[in-house]
Design a protein around this ligand. Structure first.
Ligand code: FMN
Length: 326
C-alpha cells in the first residue's frame, strides 16, 4: 500500500488508515475499501504502516506462534517502531483495520492504540473498525471498544469479514496456513481465510464512506455503513469465546510469570498449554455448538438479542447493497 496524498481545490477530507497485515489478507481488504476514497481527488488518505520493533514472523514457527498468546490475550503488546505521524495531524475519519490474535486485537494494533500518539490522533474522531479473522471476533471487538474509549474516539461502524468455512474446519486450516504460509495445505478442506468474493465486495464500504464524507455524515453519531451487511455475528460462538478468553487469561498469567516473550523457559509451559488448547478445541467448541443447536428452539430469543448486540453499530441489513453494485 503506498501513502499517497491527493490534493484539489475542493475541500479536502482527510482519512487516516492504519496498516498491518502479515499474509496480505487484511491489507487487500483495506486496499479495496480505500480505493474509491482516493478516486475523486476530494479525500486525502494517509496510510500509516504499523511496524513492530521486533517483527512477528510469517509463516510463524510453532513456538513463536504460541509464544504470542500471553501478551496478545493480556493486551501487553510488543512496541512499535516510531510512527511517521506527530500527533498534530487532524483527520476527519479514521479507518482502523485489525486482525484478531487469541481473541484480542492483534498486538501491533493494540500497541498503536496504547501509544501516546493514539489519544492525540483519535480523541473525538469518528472511527470505522475493519476486522478480518477466522471467525471469533466478538470479544476482541469488546476489547477494541475499551481501547477506543480510552483514546476518546467515537466508534461509528464495524465491518467484519470472516473465513466462511465451518468452525471445526477453520480451527485446523487457519493454524496450518499461519504455520506453513499455504492456504490450502489440506486439499480435502476449504482453503483458509476470507474468500476472494468477500474481499472484492469490500469495495462497497469504500463507496459508502466516500458518499458519507462528501455529505459530512462523519460529524454525526449514526453509522455510515448501515444496510451493507457490515457485520453478521454468530452468537453461537460466544460460549467458546468466553471459555477460551478465560483460559487464555489464566494461562497467560502463568506464562508471563515464567518468562519474557521468546525466553526458552516458557517452552515447557507452552507445550502444556497447547495440549490444553487442543483439548478445549476438541471438547468445548463442538460440545457447546451441539448443545446450543439442541436447545435452539428455547434459546431463539436470547440469541436474537445477542446477535443484534454484536452486529451493532453497522448491522447486518442489506437494504443499501444495491446502491453500491451488489
Ligand atoms: C497469533 C494469531 C492468533 C490468531 N487468533 C485468532 C483468533 O483468536 N480468532 C480468529 O478469528 N482469528 C485468529 N487469527 C487469524 C487472524 O485474525 C487473521 O485472520 C490471520 O492472521 C491473517 O491476518 P493478516 O491480515 O495479518 O494476514 C489468529 C492469527 C494469528 C497470527
Amino acid at each position: 500500500m503506498n501513502t499517497t496524498e491527493v490534493s484539489t481545490s475542493r475541500p479536502i477530507k482527510r482519512v487516516l488508515v492504519l496498516d498491518y497485515s502479515q499474509t496480505g489478507q487484511l491489507g487487500e481488504i483495506v486496499g479495496n475499501i480505500i480505493a474509491p476514497l482516493r478516486q475523486g481527488g476530494d479525500i486525502a488518505v494517509h496510510v500509516e504502516p504499523l511496524r513492530p520493533l521486533k517483527p512477528f514472523p510469517f509463516p510463524w514457527g510453532f513456538f513463536s506462534f504460541l509464544d504470542a498468546f500471553p501478551e496478545s490475550a493480556h493486551m501487553a503488546p510488543s512496541p512499535l517502531q516510531p510512527l511517521s505521524l506527530t500527533g498534530e495531524e487532524e483527520f476527519d475519519l479514521v479507518i482502523l483495520p485489525y486482525q484478531v490474535w487469541f481473541l484480542a486485537p492483534s498486538q501491533p494494533v493494540t500497541a498503536f492504540l496504547k501509544h501516546p500518539l493514539a489519544r492525540r490522533l483519535l480523541a473525538g474522531k469518528p472511527v470505522v473498525t475493519v476486522i478480518a479473522c477466522r471467525n471469533m471476533w466478538m470479544l476482541a471487538q469488546e476489547k477494541m471498544k475499551g481501547l477506543l474509549q480510552d483514546c476518546g474516539a467515537r466508534l461509528l461502524d464495524n465491518v467484519v469479514l470472516v473465513d466462511p468455512s465451518p468452525t471445526m474446519a477453520s480451527l485446523l486450516t487457519t493454524p496450518l496456513w499461519l504455520l506453513s504460509g499455504k492456504r490450502d495445505l489440506l486439499r480435502l478442506l476449504p482453503p483458509a481465510g476470507v474468500d476472494a468474493a468477500s474481499i472484492r465486495a469490500a469495495g462497497r464500504f469504500g463507496l459508502a464512506l466516500r458518499d458519507a464524507l462528501r455529505n459530512g455524515q462523519e460529524h454525526g453519531n449514526a453509522p455510515l455503513l448501515g444496510g451493507l451487511k457490515a457485520a453478521d455475528s454468530n452468537p453461537h460462538l460466544l460460549v467458546s469465546e468466553r471459555a477460551a478468553t478465560r483460559s487464555f487469561h489464566l494461562w497467560g498469567k502463568l506464562l508471563r510469570a515464567a518468562g519474557e516473550p521468546g525466553q526458552r523457559r516458557r517452552y515447557p509451559f507452552l507445550l502444556l498449554y497447547v495440549v490444553f488448547l487442543i483439548a478445549l478445541i476438541l471438547t468445548v467448541v463442538p460440545l457447546s455448538l451441539l448443545v446450543q443447536s439442541l436447545l435452539r428452539p428455547f434459546l431463539r430469543r436470547r440469541f436474537a438479542q445477542l446477535k443484534q448486540r454484536f452486529d451493532q453499530p453497522s448491522g447486518c441489513g442489506t437494504e443499501r447493497m444495491h446502491l453500491y453494485g451488489h
